[in-house]
Design a protein around this ligand. Structure first.
Ligand SMILES: Cc1cc2nc3c(=O)[nH]c(=O)nc-3n(C[C@H](O)[C@H](O)[C@H](O)COP(=O)(O)OP(=O)(O)OC[C@H]3O[C@@H](n4cnc5c(N)ncnc54)[C@H](O)[C@@H]3O)c2cc1C
Length: 360
């Protein structure tokens, strides 16, 4: 490996894989991807997995090897930016010349008492594996995209199941009125009960609400609130109050040469100075940009800036319905929303394309 430039990519999610695919194109680059999973499972389909559906999954080592990319299965614990190496839980250390930090996000179960103890989530594949068999009454907490996708998918795929969606605001309430109304129609059609209320605590029997009521549930799925791995903060990388890495407009970690961060784990600034929302829509193009930018630097070029750009918000509402709302570049609402089967079809095309792009 003498003379090669060692590019280490932390995280084999949408951002990390897109970055690795571009970085390997640089002459003289040796690219290593590190992930704690051996398989890639489409994270944007985890609500489908939770509902009992099979989704495509593939082996990282084999697929990456076919592209000349090395794969290391392990949990990153710390980055030693002085010695330029990543320390793994096994005690192994992997040296780098350039480091791409793309460790993504996970569920934040610290928001109310009892959530960490009693709630389940759909944030990662192991979280989904831990969800008990779906019977009785399931309370899905969160009226954002993940909560809506989860509640509708569970109800449609498991007609015997009682599903209640608990949301502090109107489900999907940040969208335009047509979209919000459609969401309500689909929830009603699928028999999902909606409770607009704030959760005070999760208990062994369900949810205690701030208004004093209790929602009985056999299973609680917490879908609101994401946090990021502590690796960056633990390693002394500059982070914001949510421990996401602070980067400049070229995704360089502030104050550190040859260290970059991307995706959910980074604060990426978009149009009008707005932070990009944690999304595959931002993570995958950003990863692609970053891999190409690192490769360009190896050729002695200076890449231009990257600005995450949003086009739409799309969600599945079961397999046969969906919602596609067009957004402005800064992720504020546009004025058009598509609904029904057309929207479900568009969403499926997008998710399919994202999954194929991840597979290199
Ligand atoms: C159910 C669900 C549906 C979603 N639907 C959509 C959607 O429709 N559209 C959209 O834009 N976004 C959607 N998202 C959000 C989207 O999945 C994330 O924004 C996206 O995955 C972020 O990509 P990433 O590459 O930054 O991180 P991730 O995809 O989370 O990848 C991070 C990788 O890092 C690895 N990792 C983490 N910690 C360590 C460690 N210490 N050591 C080694 N490896 C580690 C993980 O195993 C993972 O492979 C959805 C999310 C969920 C949960």
């Amino acid at each position: 490996m003498t003379g090669q430039h060692r590019i280490v990519v932390l995280g084999a999610g949408y951002a990390g894989l897109a970055a690795a695919r571009e970085a390997i194109k640089a002459k003289g680059a040796h690219v290593t991807v590190i992930d704690l999973h051996t398989e890639f499972v489409d994270r944007v389909r985890l609500h489908q997995v939770a509902a009992g559906q099979d989704v495509a999954r593939w082996e990282l080592r084999k697929t990456l090897a076919a592209k000349g990319i090395e794969f290391v299965n392990g949990r990153a614990e710390r980055i030693d930016t002085e010695a330029r190496r990543v320390e793994l839980a096994t005690g192994e250390a992997i040296a780098y010349d350039s480091l791409i930090y793309a460790l993504g996000s996970r569920a934040d179960l610290s928001m109310v008492p009892g959530a960490a103890e009693f709630a389940h989530t759909v944030a990662t594949s192991e979280d989904v594996r831990r969800i008990p068999a779906l019977t009785g009454r399931v309370a899905v907490v969160g009226g954002g995209a993940t909560g809506l996708e989860t509640a509708t998918e569970l109800a449609e795929s498991n007609p015997g199941l009682e599903v209640v969606l608990v949301s502090s605001d109107e489900p999907g309430g940040w969208l335009i009125p047509k979209a919000v109304a459609h969401i309500r129609t689909v929830l009603d059609r699928l028999g999902v009960q909606v409770r607009v209320a704030k959760v005070a605590a999760v208990t062994a029997t369900g949810l205690d609400l701030v208004d004093g009521d209790h929602v009985d549930a056999d299973i609680v799925l917490w879908t609101t609130g994401f946090t990021v791995p502590e690796v960056a903060a633990r390693s002394g990388l500059p982070v914001d109050g949510r421990e996401r890495v602070l980067v400049d407009d070229r995704l360089r970690v502030r104050g550190l040469a040859d260290v970059y961060a991307v995706g959910d784990a980074a604060v990426m600034i978009g149009h009008n100075g707005r932070e990009a929302r944690m999304s595959c829509q931002a993570a995958q193009p950003a990863g692609k940009y970053l891999g190409a930018a690192v490769a360009a630097r190896l050729r002695g070029r200076q890449p231009g800036p990257f600005t995450p750009r949003f086009v739409l918000t799309c969600m599945s509402l079961g397999r046969r319905d969906g919602l596609v709302q067009f957004m402005k570049a800064d992720d504020s609402n546009g004025s058009i929303a598509l609904t029904g089967r057309t929207a479900a079809w568009i969403k499926e095309q997008i998710v399919g394309a994202v999954g194929r792009a991840a597979k290199l």
